[in-house]
Design a protein around this ligand. Sequence first.
Ligand SMILES: NC(=O)c1ccc[n+]([C@@H]2O[C@H](COP(=O)([O-])OP(=O)(O)OC[C@H]3O[C@@H](n4cnc5c(N)ncnc54)[C@H](O)[C@@H]3O)[C@@H](O)[C@H]2O)c1
Length: 348
Amino acid sequence: MKLKIKKINISIVGTGLMGLQHIKAILKSQKANLHSIVDISKNAKNLSKKYKVPLYSNVVELLKSQNLDAVIVATPNQLHEKHTVSFLKNKIPVLLEKPISDNLKSAKKIIDISKRNKIPLLIGYHRRHNSIVSKVKNIISTGKLGKIVSANVLCWIYKHKEYYKEKWRVSKGGGPLGINLVHDIDMICYLLGPIKYVQAFTTNKNRKFKIEDTATVSLIFKSGALCTLNISDTIVAPWSYELTAGENPAYPRTNQSAYMIGGTKGSLQFPNLKYWFYKKERSWWNKILVRKDKNRKDDNTLINQINHFSDVVIKKTKPKVNGNDGLISLKIFAAIKKSAMSGKKVKI
Ligand SMILES: NC(=O)c1ccc[n+]([C@@H]2O[C@H](COP(=O)([O-])OP(=O)(O)OC[C@H]3O[C@@H](n4cnc5c(N)ncnc54)[C@H](O)[C@@H]3O)[C@@H](O)[C@H]2O)c1
């Protein structure tokens, strides 16, 4: 006889673009149940009817409800601290959308309260729940690429006009750096380790918002490896993790790559997982060979993340991406902004 496992009751706070993705992921997850939603927008009423769950207009009301096991906070970055802290104080585990916050002080406060109350906090860097990323981490760790010398990360996307109707997206903590680049920072730190120095250039001359639309960033890792990150939300191009990983059907997939990681024995492109190497002597005069991973599959990382979060809530496992990981990527983000302002290299 199959034992029926209790599903974790999760409420979604903030049911905009990302909150809605979480609702869909919960409905497909075998480990979680949609408890309710919390939002102040007009559209939230429609969602409450459509998904047949209660709608609360604020966190206090939600906290009075029955059978709540956990929450996902998917409100604008500037509200992350306010919402997350009230749940952690009430001993409710939180999956907090990235970035952890829009500033370092409040990120530290969130982490501190999570630690003091011993309540788990998972940061929503959902790419980490992709089997491609685990494969890449494994290839690097086993030394197949040799010593990692350098990496190149591209995030060139074109965001449509409608996207910018939400003003928080062009306010401090938003923009393609606050919204997209933090994912790449988290990923590259996960793969290559801690960063020592950052130097960056940014511009807002294309979209003419206050917030930057394009940036080039140079990183030096503690290992000695170098890396360049190149991001823009105003370039028509197929090269970004979003458009190549196949994680989210909202982004039609291209067969290109966004990451190149180069070592003394070989290099790796991903998400399309191509490994480049020499069979005989390593020499630019010999033919370089390429091997493609034929077992690559498109993961729904949001469902994987919900399943992982459910295991975290029942204390079966620890968060894969904890508050400290969230703080690290935010520190690098802050250093990028500082370097772009001062024109100087910033030590982490
Ligand atoms: N993991 C990812 O890939 C990913 C992608 C996009 C956005 N995000 C993150 O998700 C979060 C939300 O982004 P979005 O694009 O969905 O934003 P959005 O503007 O589409 O949605 C935010 C929602 O929060 C609601 N809200 C605002 N104030 C509220 C309050 N006081 N109480 C309750 N609800 C409130 C709004 O009404 C809106 O429905 C951000 O932190 C963003 O960085 C993550």
